[in-house]
Design a binder for this molecule. Structure first.
Ligand SMILES: *Cc1c(COP(=O)(O)O)cnc(C)c1O
Ligand SMILES: [Zn+2]
Length: 397
């Protein structure tokens, strides 16, 4: 007789990223009531979930079902996100004498960026809580992803983005039936506008790290990296940091896998490197002690729209990851990003988002400086496809 093993979420509670206080995971939550800071999902790690359970599961981020926060299967709103390819960049590795250069291509997600992971999770949880509509201040990709998943869930979608965002982002939102508001300024100005548009609180604000679950979608990249490397991890991971959900999420995944025994407790975890645009580098400045924090930082627009986040709510969480992992932060200029797009295009056939180009240029610089060894296994996270950024890069090949 076949035993039917029930698959369910092992979600147990939420903790405040500021003070560690416990909060209820079974009612809708935004930032913590104690510190007004992001909440982190915690799971019953004693409940059995083995790597073998992954065999025969679908190639999406939902294969880690037990370590994800959605309680009922019928609430999952999916477009097949996750399990993106981990590519070897042998041509560039040869050119720069690097032993092992990998790129996880998140541009192959639904809506063309890794924002699909976070918004699939957040909208699924919104559906689980009976939410009727969502609102998001966005630099571009998050708004597109939210619009798509809201359409699929039958929810109202309100997207607030900077007026200078390339047209493709805005257009795609309209095609998903979203209401779009354009604001003069950056994402923090959009956040102020979103607050104004939602004074009655009828919409769920799914801003980066304001609700707890986009982080849980993004963390699946960490699980996938380990699984795709046959339960190993690279020496270095480079991540283009805006709000930082991916950086925080990947690190969270590694810690969880150590707790559930999927990675050895004594494994050397990767050094996590945050890459920002020279035009907007709040984290780099705080990391190097040029300011106490990013609360009053003013950034400029960049062709890497996703990196124009001057005052990230989860700055303390990103800094913690950089320090715990022995990583660093570095910024890349607009011209360098263009060079990176060209190089990845011409050498590897990849048309990456400027954010993805920035991490490749950061890898080159860090190897030059000796911060990263050419012997290290280096993993680049290309967070998005270049297609939507055409206006930013047009003709500059
Ligand atoms: C949003 C975005 C980023 C930054 O992601 P965070 O989670 O805000 O750090 C990087 N690259 C692309 C393509 C993005 O859309
Ligand atoms: Zn707190």
């Amino acid at each position: 007789m076949q035993t039917i093993t029930q698959t369910h979420s092992h979600l147990s509670h939420l903790t405040c990223s500021g003070c560690g206080e416990t909060h209820n995971a079974f009612k809708p939550q935004l930032v913590s009531s104690c510190c007004q800071l992001p909440l982190e999902s915690q799971y019953n790690i004693d409940e059995p979930f083995s790597k073998k359970d992954l065999l025969n599961r679908q190639g999406t981020m939902w294969r880690y079902r037990e370590m994800l926060p959605v309680l009922a299967d019928e609430n999952i709103v999916t477009l097949g996100e996750g399990f993106t390819p981990l590519l070897q960049l042998d041509n560039l590795a040869r050119k720069y004498n690097l032993q092992q250069l990998l790129l996880k291509d998140e541009g192959q997600n639904p809506t063309g960026s890794f924002k699909a992971r976070g918004l699939s999770m957040a909208i699924s949880k919104a559906k689980e809580f009976g939410v009727e509509g969502c609102i998001i201040p966005t630099a571009g990709n998050a708004g597109v992803a939210m619009a798509a998943y809201c359409a699929r869930a039958g929810m109202r979608a309100v997207v607030v983005m900077p007026r200078h965002t390339p047209k493709a982002f805005r257009e795609e939102c309209y095609w998903y039936g979203a209401e779009v508001h354009l604001v003069d300024g950056l994402i923090n100005d959009c956040a102020a506008k979103a607050k104004e548009l939602n004074v009655d609180g009828s919409l769920l604000d799914v801003s980066t790290l304001k609700e707890p679950y986009r982080l849980e979608g993004k963390k699946t990249m960490g699980y996938e990296i380990a699984e795709q490397l046959d339960w190993n991890v690279p020496a270095v991971i480079l991540y283009p940091a805006g709000g930082g959900t991916g950086l925080i999420g990947i690190w969270k995944a590694f810690k969880e896998m150590q707790e559930i025994g999927w990675l050895p407790a004594d494994i050397k975890l990767p050094r996590m490197i945050a890459v920002q645009a020279a035009n907007c580098k709040p984290l780099v400045d705080t990391f190097y002690g040029m300011q106490a924090n990013a609360k009053n930082y003013n950034g400029k627009p960049t062709i890497a729209n996703g990196l124009a986040v001057p005052r990230p709510l989860g700055e303390h969480m990103m800094l913690k990851v950089l320090h715990e992992s022995g990583g660093t932060a570095i910024s890349i200029t607009e011209d360098e990003m263009l060079e990176g797009i060209r190089e990845l295009g011409k050498s590897e056939g990849l048309f990456v988002a400027p954010e993805g180009a920035a991490i490749w240029m950061a890898a080159r610089k860090l190897v030059d400086k000796g911060t990263v060894s050419p012997e290290d296994e280096i993993l680049l996270l290309n967070t998005g496809s270049g297609q939507k950024y055409m206006e930013n890069v047009e003709g500059r090949y």
